[in-house]
Design a protein around this ligand. Structure first.
Ligand code: KG4
Ligand code: ZN
Length: 332
């Protein structure tokens, strides 16, 4: 059994080795009214959701809690109040059932979700893991399931945050990433030209881009109050195109620097149809092997925590009940 509660999704999954038997997620709609995740509300909603979500995961897997052999939970990184709910629940369950506890790094979960058993070929080591989510944006060298090295990361906002904040200004609700993706499909991606930041090495920046979009929209609205509604599709397409350019330029650079031509994406923004298409095109053009996670394993879920738990269980790397959840946790 794996439990994920790092942000605003309460999730539980049951895995049998690398196979997913159930994968249940309760999304917290309460944050939409605030245009972003409110940490205190998130942790209260986790408390309400955790028992029914775990219960459903067991029911859907067709097993009872006494059939479980270990409990994995997300130790970090994430919102501390949210992490504490999953951590406390997982610890209690492992104590009550007298089975091992496994602590999981959420970032490793996003990248190792590719090792969940399905019909897709799994990445071969070493590969470049690219995490693109609402909280993180990083390029990681993955040499083994537990040997990962961050090569570059955002210096400020995450790419998903850039999608969400641009969308918020445009009145697209929260999270705005999937809405921008939808509108972008019928827009002209070259309609508006937004600046691309110049950041050395494999690091990235998204906050200057976000500010440029916000300022541009404010200026245009002064002259033309319906500017956003009248140009919604083109704005979404241009914003998405620029964000994809920023991350894919760094991926190209990472391949050149490392010589690794196998790339696996993870995180919520890996659901973006434009980014998926761009990666496929790059893969074909340069003969890289591209691994895109199935949609169910892009945004936060507990199956990805379960797969890391599976490897830790196999290695008998059990966690201590004393180990605390932590808001900050590097990938290695
Ligand atoms: O991985 P995730 O569920 O949570 C974190 O660990 O942060 O990622 C959530 C992020 C949000 O910013 C959301 O807007 C973005 O993923 N997202 C998308 C799409 N689906 C989710 N962004 C762009 N296009 C999408 N289709
Ligand atoms: Zn995540």
């Amino acid at each position: 059994m794996a439990i994920e509660s790092s942000c605003d999704d309460t999730a539980a999954a049951v895995l049998n080795h690398q196979k997913v038997c159930s994968n249940v997620i309760a999304n917290q709609h309460i944050h939409a009214a605030y245009g972003g995740v409110v940490p205190e509300l998130a942790s209260r909603a986790h408390q309400q959701n955790i028992v029914p979500v775990v219960d459903q995961a067991l029911k859907k897997a067709g097993i009872s809690k006494n059939d479980l052999s270990a409990i994995a939970y997300t130790r970090g990184p994430g919102l501390l109040g949210s992490l504490l709910v999953g951590a406390s629940f997982a610890k209690s369950l492992s104590m009550g059932l007298n089975i091992p506890l496994l602590e999981v790094n959420h970032l490793q979960g996003h990248l190792l979700s590719h090792f969940i058993e399905d019909e897709f070929p799994q990445p071969q080591f070493p590969f470049l893991g690219v995490t693109v989510s609402g909280g993180h944006t990083q390029i990681v060298r993955v040499d083994d399931v537990f040997s990962m090295q961050e090569l570059g990361a955002t210096l400020d906002d995450a790419i998903g945050e850039a999608f969400d904040k641009c969308g918020k200004i445009m009145g697209l609700g929260y999270p705005a990433g999937p809405v921008i993706d939808r509108y972008a499909k019928s827009g002209n991606k070259h309609a508006f030209d937004f600046p691309r930041p110049k950041v050395a090495g494999l690091n990235m920046s998204f906050s200057g881009f976000k500010t440029a979009v916000i300022n541009f929209l404010h200026n245009q609205q002064q002259k033309h109050p319906a500017f956003i509604e009248d140009n919604r599709e083109d704005l979404c397409a241009s914003i998405q195109h620029t964000l994809i350019d920023i991350i894919s330029d760094k991926i190209v650079q990472a391949v050149h620097e490392t010589g690794i031509k196998e790339i696996a994406l993870g995180g919520g923004v890996a659901a973006n149809s434009g980014l998926r298409q761009r990666m496929e095109q790059l893969g074909e053009a340069h003969q890289w092997k591209i691994h895109l996670p199935p949609m169910a394993f892009t945004t936060d879920n507990a199956a990805m925590i379960g797969i890391v738990g599976y490897y830790k269980f196999k290695a008998q790397e059990y966690a201590s009940l004393k180990q605390a959840a932590t808001a900050r946790l590097p990938i290695n």
